[in-house]
Design a protein around this ligand. Structure first.
Ligand code: GDP
Length: 202
C-alpha cells in the first residue's frame, strides 16, 4: 500500500474548501517541529511528499494525499493537519486553525483515525493535552505516536512510553497502544503501517 502511487490531491484552509469525502482517511496532527512531515515521507517512502520545513507554523491548511494503485482509484487518504503550539503565530491564526480543525474533525465520516504525534524527547505537553481534549470531544478514534525515538537513549524508551501512557490516562478516548518510532532510523514505522492496515480492514 505505502509503496504505491501517492499524490497530493487537495489543500483546504477553510471548512467549505474541503475535498468531497472519498476513500478512508487517516489524519496526522502534532506540534510544529514534532517530525510530522518527516513521518509522512517515511511512511510513504517518499522523500518530498510533505515538505520538511524548518519554519514551523507556516502551513495553516489541511493537505490531502491519496494512496493507491493509480490516482483514479485511491485506497487511502492521508490528511496532514497544520502543526500547532507555535508561539510566533498570531491569535487570529490560532483561532482559524482551531475552527478548521474542530469543523473537520466533527464532520468527517470517512475519517478513521487521527494519529497525534508527540516528540518522544519532550513528552505530552499542555498544547498536546488541548489537542487530545478536542479529540475526546469530537468522539473520534485517535492514537498517540511518539517521534524521534533515535534521539532517546535505549534505557529510557520504556520510561518514555510509560510516562506517555500515564499522561493519556486523562484521555479515556485515546487508543491504548502508543507507538514510539523514528522516521530517521525507520525503527517501528512498521508498527504505524500495521495500525493503518488494520484500520482499513475493519
Ligand atoms: P514538522 O514541523 O512536524 O513537519 O517536522 P519536520 O518533519 O519538519 O521535522 C522537524 C525537525 O525534526 C527536522 O529538523 C527533522 O530533521 C527532525 N526530525 C524529524 N523526524 C526525526 C526523527 O525521527 N529523528 C530525529 N532525530 N529527528 C527528526
Amino acid at each position: 500500500l505505502f509503496a504505491q502511487n501517492c499524490e497530493f490531491v487537495w489543500a483546504a484552509d477553510k471548512i467549505d474548501g474541503l475535498p468531497p469525502m472519498g476513500p478512508l482517511e487517516i489524519a496526522f496532527a502534532g506540534r510544529s517541529n514534532v517530525g510530522k512531515s518527516s513521518l509522512l515521507n517515511a511512511l510513504t517512502t517518499r522523500k518530498t511528499l510533505a515538505r520538511t520545513s524548518h519554519t514551523p507554523g507556516r502551513t495553516q491548511q489541511l493537505n490531502f494525499f491519496d494512496l493507491g494503485p493509480e490516482p483514479a482509484a485511491p485506497l487511502l487518504r492521508l490528511v496532514d493537519m497544520p502543526g500547532y503550539g507555535y508561539a510566533a503565530v498570531s491569535k487570529e491564526k490560532i483561532a482559524n486553525w482551531t475552527r478548521l480543525m474542530k469543523d473537520f474533525l466533527r464532520g468527517r465520516a470517512t475519517l478513521a483515525r487521527v494519529f497525534v504525534l508527540i516528540d518522544g524527547r519532550h513528552g505530552v505537553k499542555d498544547v498536546d493535552h488541548e489537542m487530545l481534549t478536542a479529540l475526546d470531544q469530537a468522539a473520534l478514534s485517535y492514537q498517540v505516536v511518539l517521534t524521534k525515538r533515535d534521539e532517546v537513549k535505549k534505557s529510557l524508551v520504556d520510561k518514555t512510553l510509560d510516562d506517555a501512557r500515564r499522561a493519556l490516562s486523562k484521555h479515556p478516548a485515546a487508543h491504548p497502544d502508543v507507538i514510539f518510532l523514528s522516521s530517521h532510523s525507520g525503527e517501528s514505522v512498521e508498527d504505524l503501517r500495521a495500525a493503518v492496515v488494520r484500520l482499513m480492514s475493519e
